[in-house]
Design a protein around this ligand. Structure first.
Ligand SMILES: Cc1cc2nc3c(=O)[nH]c(=O)nc-3n(C[C@H](O)[C@H](O)[C@H](O)COP(=O)(O)O)c2cc1C
Length: 293
């Protein structure tokens, strides 16, 4: 079984690591314990400060990308200073000062690649949140062709989508507003499916009987970003085997199929669940199982 191998709360990776990169990866593991805080306050940020990310911040982010690329077998890149990619979205005031972005690059025409990209790039977005930066995933609100020109895309790769990163406008007053206000804003800033809706395959009795880790995992999924806020991922708990499953809700499928963006949504939801549940690993894929440990 192939699994999502980011580690939670100090657990070690399932796959071998090269010693040279071990310390960076150990660093991102330690930080993982705090990511639940990031989930509780993260929202899509569309207004950015006129001042771009500086070299030092860029270096920190690039170190994290190196580690995550190794874990996820991806090619995420930080691209800075290209407002041309967002010219239309900035002109239309959909974004303000969008200019720096993570290019989410991975294996060509690979559903699992997209799912892994959702999982690992959201991992980076949550770390950026902890550092006080804003992020917004972008599939449509940019010039993807122009964005690709600024990236390093190998023959067997493609640019899936991007994540705008930057200092949020009014960052200081935002950060000064306090953790409780930020969490209240996170839960109220957009409509969300309910716990019952994203566990629609379970009856009330099995929801009641599900362990706490499952409930916390689902709650973290409700706070996850998703394309057009569709929240297409459904979860269920199987008491017999003590496992959770994540799959794309039948009602969100087109002609019975899963869209490329929904694979990204699936990866993002799995990361949020894993962090909310506290520890455990997912198998990739629609219907992949989560083993809690
Ligand atoms: C795969 C994906 C693609 C997205 N594409 C865009 C986009 O093109 N433009 C945009 O403004 N927001 C985009 N978003 C952000 C979503 O609209 C946002 O996550 C969703 O409305 C939920 O809001 P929240 O992130 O504040 O919780 C995208 C999100 C995801 C996960």
């Amino acid at each position: 079984m192939k699994t999502a191998n980011v580690c939670i709360r100090g657990r070690s990776s399932r796959h071998g690591m090269r010693n040279a990169r071990k310390s960076t990866i150990m660093g991102i593991m330690t930080e993982h314990t705090q990511l639940i805080d990031a989930i509780d306050i993260r929202t899509a940020v569309r207004q950015y400060d006129a001042e771009p990310i500086d070299d030092d911040q860029a270096r920190q982010l690039t170190m994290l990308l190196d580690a995550v690329n190794l874990l996820g077998d991806l090619h995420l890149q930080l691209i800075r200073g290209f407002g041309d990619v967002f010219a239309e979205a900035n002109d239309e005031a959909h974004f303000t000062n969008a200019r720096d972005y993570l290019a989410v690059v991975g294996p060509k025409q690979s559903n699992e690649g997209r799912e892994r990209a959702g999982f690992y790039a959201e991992r980076v977005a949550l770390t950026a949140t902890l550092r006080g930066w804003g992020t917004c995933w972008v599939a449509g609100s940019w010039n993807a062709r122009q964005a690709a020109r600024h990236c390093d895309i190998r023959a067997n790769e493609e640019l899936y989508l991007g994540i705008v990163v930057g200092r949020p406008r009014d960052q200081q007053s935002y950060m000064a507003s306090g953790f409780d206000n930020l969490t209240t804003f996170q839960t109220a800033h957009r409509p969300s499916k309910t716990y019952e809706q994203v566990t629609a395959g379970m009856d009330d009795e099995s929801r009641q009987a599900a362990p706490e880790w499952f409930r916390h995992g689902v709650e973290a999924v409700l706070k996850a970003p998703s394309a057009m806020n569709r929240q297409p991922v459904e979860l269920s708990y199987n008491a017999e085997d003590d496992v959770a499953t994540a799959f794309i809700d039948e009602r969100c499928r087109t002609d019975g199929g899963i869209s490329p963006l929904q694979y990204v949504d699936l990866g993002i939801a799995k990361l949020h669940f894993q962090i909310g549940a506290g520890s455990g690993t997912w198998a990739w894929g629609d219907g992949g199982l989560f083993l809690h440990r």
